[in-house]
Design a protein around this ligand. Sequence first.
Ligand code: HEM
Ligand code: HEM
Ligand code: FE2
Length: 455
Amino acid sequence: MYPETTRVVHWHAGVALALFALQVLFGLISVLHFVFPDFQSGGLLEFNVSRTVHINLLIVWLLMGFFGATYHVVSEESQRELYSPRLALGTLAAFAGGGVVGIIGYIFFHHWQGREFLELPAYLDLAVVAVVLTFLFNAIMTVWKGERRTSVEFVLLLGLVLMALLYFPGNIYFANEAMQSFYWWWTIHLWVEGVWELIMGSMLAFMLIKMTGVDREIMEKWLYVVVSLTLFTGILGLGHHYYWIGTPNYWLFIGAFFSALEPLAFVAMILYAVFARQKSKREHPNRAAMLWTIGCTIMATIGILIGFAQTLPNINSYTHGTHVTTSHGHYAFFGAYAMINLAFFSYLLPRVNGIEADEWDQSRNIWSFWLMVVSMVGLSVSTMIAGVVQTVFERMKGVPYITVQEMPTMVLAYQLWLLFGLIFAVGVGLFLYDFFRPARVKEEAVDRLVEPVRG
Ligand code: HEM
Ligand code: HEM
Ligand SMILES: [Fe+2]
């Protein structure tokens, strides 16, 4: 435990969680537009605005979570405090400040670029570059000056450095729309189906080593399997976004072949989590974090299998850009990257609050897990229903878009989306409440818990 670093990590988790809540609020505002088509028409929170805020906040809070987790991992693995905790707090403040300016720009001035997920205007992109470079400098210096260097932190840093480099292609200006899309996918696809998997894999490995006590060598070998599978399938899997944007025909084959293999890396992650759980040398007191960790690998895999279902060109030519994609996007983003962050925050919660894991009454956190997981399944099923209706009627039968929007099944699907969204928001609220004010078990219960160990 390194107190200075822990304080930095606590701040990162806190700010990331606040932005998560805001992201979900903007998701709810976005779906209100589907349920009540006249909602805010001509107002400040038009659909294009609320949607932009919703998905850009997603990226910001996930990155902030990754930064916090990285500071913790490099400090623990290198067995020292962060190189500069003050610089880390400054970086966080700049990041959060840039984000706020970005949101104000979207809502009041429609200042964005039309690059979904990467909408920050150019002047703020420069700020992002400065923030990321400072972050990487701090993390790398910690490893450099550290007592020990490990594969887990190497893979984590590799993922982060590649992530920083891949921020550029999506932001280059091309007058040609097809060229623009071609490179924009390098950022988006190669993040979520490439380098972020390295980040996720190493965060998983770190938590599993700490919580199960399984030999580091074994977990590191698994990690390299995940890295190899990811890079082998994910890089050319990029082709599944090149079917219909004006690229040569050979992409149909390349995209289909490599992206169909992509689930392997995620299945490997489930296997290593379950393996570690079974080989566990002790029952770790932080059951909540363990639940999030194993849950994350399973939810991520189901989420990407929904992507897999539409990855072949002959299917994708019908489903492309319908709510089938929305269903996959929500499930996969939540299952993989939101959940790995929430797992890490749950793992850190007792430490950052200065209590032992067995002093923490985890029931609120575990409730929030089930509320979020079950409602995300519901949300994803609702959007899938909407997507299938669109695919069959709009794409296959040629019924006009607006007629399909008004079909009773579509209307019901949107209402269910809103309902599950509200339940999801309750889960988020509970997680946040418990993170900032952790429920504690009574002292006698602590005595009971530790008694067998003493005996
Ligand atoms: C955790 C990893 C993943 C995340 C977070 C993710 C997220 C997303 C998102 C947000 C989109 C919509 C992009 C847009 O058009 O704006 C998308 C599209 C897509 N994803 Fe994934 N994805 C992941 C993994 C996968 C995997 C492994 C596969 C295939 C096996 C896959 C197949 C697809 C396909 C085919 C599309 C295009 C859908 C369309 O044509 O509209 N995804 N993904
Ligand atoms: C209260 C819960 C939520 C609601 C009501 C909601 C609602 C929405 C709506 C209405 C859209 C626009 C869809 C469209 O353009 O057709 C959207 C897009 C998106 N949301 Fe959410 N959202 C919620 C939670 C989340 C969470 C927790 C995540 C990720 C962790 C997420 C990730 C995304 C992504 C990646 C997109 C773009 C996907 C695409 O265009 O296919 N959302 N959301
Ligand atoms: Fe992709």
